[in-house]
Design a protein around this ligand. Structure first.
Ligand code: SF4
Ligand code: SF4
Length: 226
């Protein structure tokens, strides 16, 4: 009993003499975890076409029912994505979102991506619904954000994607199920492989690819270049 009390008091005394840990936010920002999941963005291929094909798999996977997708048909005259359809309406209600990342995990084209930007405070509930105009990356790789550049908003975080999808996704192709792959950094540029990740498919996945007759490669490079 006495020993327990003394042990408890020693913790108190140690804490009393420890220097305070005060982060002078926003002048100084503590780095977030490498796999931190912040606000979403919709990526494009290098040729400018949108990755999103309006399939709504992200909306189906979302446990918070936070995503609305309304697809429309591409035409030869008006083409937005390589597929038959594109997302004419794409909305995420960030008041509902629990930042679980299941939407990006479900996406077959790695269009919806979570970045490391977390400065998303709003004073109006409607502003928390991010629409296509906020989510879709510009052709130059920049991403619109409703808040202006300031010490509070670091838009560089929009170029950093979370790593969770890359560690688990198979680039949406059955032949690559279980193969660890990763996509490009959100925005432009390519992120280096993480420890344990492989850019090349395994012998097993190549065999499956042959078996399924899918001659295309599903590495991050291939997916990035459409
Ligand atoms: S992160 Fe999770 S909760 Fe948020 S939109 Fe994606 S699936 Fe829904
Ligand atoms: S973001 Fe991905 S999963 Fe969602 S509608 Fe577009 S292509 Fe489909």
């Amino acid at each position: 009993m006495i020993r327990s009390i003394l042990r408890g008091l020693s913790v108190t005394l140690r804490t009393m003499v420890r220097p305070p840990v005060t982060i002078e936010y926003p002048e100084f920002k503590r780095p977030v975890a490498e796999r931190f999941r912040g606000r979403h963005e919709l990526k494009r291929y290098d040729n400018g076409l949108e990755r999103c094909i309006g399939c709504s798999l992200c909306a189906a996977a979302c446990p918070a029912d936070a995503i609305l997708v309304v697809p429309a048909e591409n035409t030869d005259e008006e083409r937005y994505s390589p597929g038959e359809r594109y997302a004419a309406v794409y909305e995420i209600n960030l008041l509902r979102c629990i930042f679980c990342g299941l939407c990006e995990e479900a996406c077959p084209t790695e269009a919806i991506t979570m970045t490391q930007l977390f400065e998303m405070s709003v004073t109006n509930r409607n502003d928390a619904i991010y629409t296509r105009s906020e989510l879709l990356m510009n052709p130059d790789g920049t991403v619109p954000h409703p808040q202006p550049d300031s010490i509070l908003v670091d838009k560089g975080e929009l170029r950093l994607a979370d790593g969770w999808m890359r560690a688990t996704a198979s680039s949406g192709r059955a032949a690559y199920e279980g193969v660890i792959a990763w996509t490009a950094t959100a925005g432009v540029g390519t992120r280096a492989a993480e420890l344990g990740q492989s850019r090349q498919p395994t012998a097993d996945s190549q065999q499956q690819e042959t078996d399924t007759g899918d001659g295309r490669r599903a590495t991050g490079d291939e997916a990035d270049h459409g």
